[in-house]
Design a binder for this molecule. Sequence first.
Ligand code: ASP
Length: 445
Amino acid sequence: MDIKVVKFGGSSLADAKQFQKVAAIIKEDPARRFVVPSAPGKRFSGDDKVTDLLYSCYDHASKGENIDEEFEKIKSRYNDIISELKLDFSLESDFVQIKNAFLCHAGRDFAASRGEYLNGKILAAYLGFPFIDAASVIFFHEDGTFNEKLTNTILGAKLRNLENAVVPGFYGSMPNDTIRTFSRGGSDITGSIVSRAVNADLYENWTDVSGFLMADPRIVSSPKVIRVITYQELRELSYMGATVLHEDAIFPVRFAGIPINIRNTNDPEAPGTMIVPYSKHPDYESKEIITGIAGKKGFCTITLEKGKMNDEVGFGRRVLQVFENHNICFEHLPSGIDTMCVILNNHDLEGIRDMLVNEICQAVEPDSVSVDDNIALIAVVGRGMVKAKGTAYRIFKAIAEADVNIRMIDQGSSEKNIVIGVGEEDFEVAMRAIYSEFAKDNLIR
Ligand code: ASP
């Protein structure tokens, strides 16, 4: 029988009603054997996420302030779920221990991790599945990076002997047995790690949207849901700001070739989005040219000009060395015969911009250097673009017709993405223009 790992996000487990939906989904398919829960999320707009409450409560405790009221609020989130589900189960002794640990300054990561820990305990009791504390099966190295080898061995061995289990998301343990969390939204990573450890056939990631959208719905109205996307395409789109899944969540499953299915707990019939390792499988081939469009503001360009730059061996290396010395990654590197342009994240240049420009001048003695701010980047991504003719033409025509000036163009050598830089003020208009160009032909799902 297939093995499915199912991860449920915070909104899927925000209250007792959501727990009931989650249990129905799990019970409906016996392949859904291993469950990874998040902490309770928002029940309505303006509500608090339990993880945020935990961080805030811990911060007050570490300043020596009274946390009674805040801690009661956290307790009541869990106690409401327990009583509404009519469970004969109590977290009282855990609450006492956790509150003491807060008062003894047990660490911010420990504090945040309790959101998943406690929710996992309730879910395990509700489903009748064993609860496996993530601290005993998910490990980090001394430097805080994920210890894949040790985790796969211990977690794999543990789950191999179990028919079902609940493993809380978001955290694991350090070599000195303290708790460490992944970055925010990190339960997605735990789901991926568990999938890898049990060699799952499918990793289902249940959330509150019916899949990955073609474009940001805050910019494009009612964008279509992407049915199938490759890991690589997803990487490109998430890097450029599209969020549904944590950016790092694909790595553990990617190498094992395990597909991820994004599903909606509030609309379980919807097929959602399949994230797949490659597009060769007949079900995964793209009939469309564009899979998705994503973008971000907040970039700048540093443009260098120098006569006979193309003859100067090592020019590019010396420029990039300056950024490396400051531990700055560059985003894109479009170049001409005697020009070189480095696209960077504005954020990385804060406070050191003039110094960087000086160092570049010393390193390569350019004829001129200019820094151009307020650039937005738009990535148009699609495995269907490979060998398709006229895609770039259509993108640029759409942007021109929207009266937007293009500041930079970069086509990935994979031919699966075209990145366009526009002024920040033109960002939304350009996004909508590209989307509607392809949507009008029904080339987009
Ligand atoms: N509860 C954590 C957060 O809010 C992790 C997660 O939900 O994935 O970021």
